[in-house]
Design a protein around this ligand. Structure first.
Ligand SMILES: Cc1cc2nc3c(=O)[nH]c(=O)nc-3n(C[C@H](O)[C@H](O)[C@H](O)COP(=O)(O)OP(=O)(O)OC[C@H]3O[C@@H](n4cnc5c(N)ncnc54)[C@H](O)[C@@H]3O)c2cc1C
Length: 557
């Protein structure tokens, strides 16, 4: 995920969480509690801090961007009622029935996406089961402007180990607010079950007890909620044209702040697959991989959450057996945080081997792994020393990025490049056989280079960027003398890596993912090579490899 848009829009409203502090009996403990977030991000992303921004503001940002793409995308007061499916209509088999301010109407569609929350009407109407377990715990969450003598309260995310209210959540959020969270003590939870109302006064009084020995006073209480902790997952994410995303297919506690994050990951994973499938770029198997990839990620999240939510409440998780006498839920919580730090920060969310994620010869990219996020790196554009993040150069527009690591300035593997050029110019090339719109190219050369064309002896593939100190090659573990070709999925996950002189293996990789191209024009079938990047089509030009005869590849645009 690329969160730059959030940073630009709301960084001015919120404070940076610089790290995590943990307090036990009023004393600060080092290296525990939310400290795991800092360790997890260090060296793994160019973002240095986390920002606490309430979901309503995040949704507002997304709405603004979506309206720019399609002003009619939102239709307030619209309620999904039901749907029918008629397989005789092969184009639009689904008819959804909608109501809006008393008017009822129907929409014919190919797919129906239920992103309608935990009580999903779409899920229910599609008869998709939802298995859930309840921990029996009740948690309180509140957003307030507070006064306190907590020393780290305006600097870090704080975790206070309370003997009565579980582990206390304390996070600075936007507009000077602080989000506080605690577990209702068992007696109060029982009374609540029997109908006792938890008023704002009670909620705040309990918060004061929860953060003791620190003093707490609220100036403004914006919002609070009391909710039951349970974990659940839909039996399937895709059924006869119905697709589920977000809370409609997975719910869990808010202990590690994952619900909206997991929903965004669902949307990012689904959007390029569904969009590409509908456009005729991607195969059905590519589209269907949404379910296997995202459902297994939700299962992992739920397993972590069952453990984490119990320990947050000071309760031993049900699957913990044979515990030592000195077992301490607070230590176990810290251990759980640390074990799952990468997953919780989202940086190591990964997908198993499938048609999209195919393992490769480790020496090609010894520090990268198929199915994992390709680590971001800084690169320099030709003629400029203002570095750019690779992620900015690979906007998620549904295309695969094919990164040609063409070697280092002093050791360009020209023969391998010649093999690549020859393959890409041949009728067997995947760029000619398969839907070419699905591919964008980038070339990365290690070292300071005056002119890429001259150095390579061929036109670079897509835009060229330089890796002056070899940091990118080093980060991914790529041999400077041999180079490699990386296939990066539209969502930034590394799909596959092949050597420069085996580009046909890239063709074999894409055969299961991208559909054969339709003859869009005479140019596409008469031996013309077209390599596209995000900004248009670039021809593969003249090839002039040192000590090799010259050859010209025709290009028509
Ligand atoms: C107290 C609390 C704290 C949380 N903290 C965090 C956190 O720190 N980080 C985090 O990532 N997540 C957090 N979450 C979880 C997060 O809020 C949810 O996971 C997220 O809102 C799910 O998004 P969604 O779009 O799937 O569902 P929802 O946000 O529930 O949105 C569903 C939408 O569908 C609409 N809808 C429902 N039925 C219909 C219908 N029939 N027709 C038309 N529209 C319909 C609803 O009006 C709503 O707009 C927290 C949750 C809670 C309760």
């Amino acid at each position: 995920m690329r969160y730059t848009l959030l940073l630009k829009d709301h960084a001015n409203l919120t404070r940076k969480n610089r790290g995590g502090s943990n307090y036990r009996n009023g004393q600060r403990l080092e290296g525990t509690g939310w400290a795991f977030t800092r360790k997890a991000i260090e060296g793994n992303t160019f973002f240095s801090h986390s920002l606490g921004i309430r979901q309503k503001y995040i949704e507002e940002i997304f709405r603004r961007f979506i309206r720019k793409l399609d002003p009619s995308a939102f239709s307030p007061s619209t309620t999904f009622i039901d749907y029918t499916r008629d397989d005789r209509d092969t184009s639009y088999p689904i008819t959804a029935f909608i109501s809006n301010n008393g008017s009822k109407y129907s929409i014919k569609c190919k797919h129906l996406i239920g992103a309608d929350g935990a009580r999903s009407a779409v899920r229910n109407k599609a008869n998709i089961g939802f298995s859930s377990v309840s921990s029996g715990q009740r948690w309180v969450r509140m957003d307030a402007v507070i006064k306190s003598d907590m020393p780290e309260g305006r600097r870090n995310g704080v975790l206070i180990e309370s003997p009565t209210h579980g582990s206390i959540l304390w996070v600075m959020i936007d507009h000077g607010r602080t989000r506080l969270g605690y577990a209702l003590p068992p007696a109060l939870s029982e009374a609540y079950d029997k109908g006792k109302e938890i008023t704002p006064e009670i909620a705040m009084d309990e918060a004061k007890k929860a953060v003791a020995p620190f003093y707490l006073e609220s100036e403004t209480l914006d919002w609070y909620t009391v909710y039951s902790v349970y974990q659940g997952i839909a039996d399937s994410y895709m059924k006869n044209g119905v697709i589920l995303a977000g809370d409609a297919c997975h719910t869990h506690s808010s202990g590690s702040a994952q619900g909206m994050n997991a929903g965004v990951h669902d949307a990012v994973n689904l959007s390029w697959k569904l969009g590409g499938y509908l456009r005729g770029w991607y195969t059905k198997d590519t589209f269907l991989s949404y379910e296997s990839e995202r459902r297994s990620s939700a299962q992992q999240l739920i397993e972590v959450d069952i453990e984490l939510a119990s320990l947050f409440g000071g309760v031993i998780p049900p699957h913990f057996k044979d515990l030592p006498e000195n077992f301490d839920t607070r230590e176990a919580l810290n251990d759980c945080f640390k074990r799952n730090a990468g997953f919780t920060t989202g940086l190591t969310i990964s997908y198993s081997s499938n048609i999209l994620n195919q393992s490769f010869e480790p020496s090609l990219a010894s520090k990268a792994e198929a199915g994992h996020r390709l680590m971001d790196v800084m690169l320099e554009p030709p003629g400029g020393r203002a570095p750019r993040r690779l992620y900015e150069l690979m906007p998620n527009n549904g295309q695969f990025y094919i990164i040609v690591c063409a070697g280092a300035r002093d050791s360009i593997p020209k023969r391998s490049l010649r093999v690549l050029v020859t393959y890409l110019s041949s009728p067997q090339s995947f760029t000619r056989r398969l839907h070419s719109a699905a591919f964008a190219f980038l070339t990365i050369i290690s070292g300071h280079v005056n002119q890429a064309w001259e150095l390579l002896g061929v036109e670079p593939w897509g835009h060229v960027y330089y890796d002056p100190q070899g940091a990118a090659y080093n980060t991914w573990g790529i041999d400077l003398a041999k180079g490699a070709i990386l296939a990066v999925r539209p969502d930034g996950i590394l799909g596959h890596v092949v050597s420069l002189d085996a580009p046909e293996q890239l063709g074999a990789y894409f055969d299961g993912i991208v559909l054969p191209r339709k003859a869009e024009s005479a140019a596409d079938i008469d031996g013309t090579e077209i390599i596209r990047n995000g900004s248009g089509n670039l021809p593969v030009g003249e090839i002039s490899v040192q000590n090799e005869p010259e050859r010209m590849v025709l290009a028509k645009l």
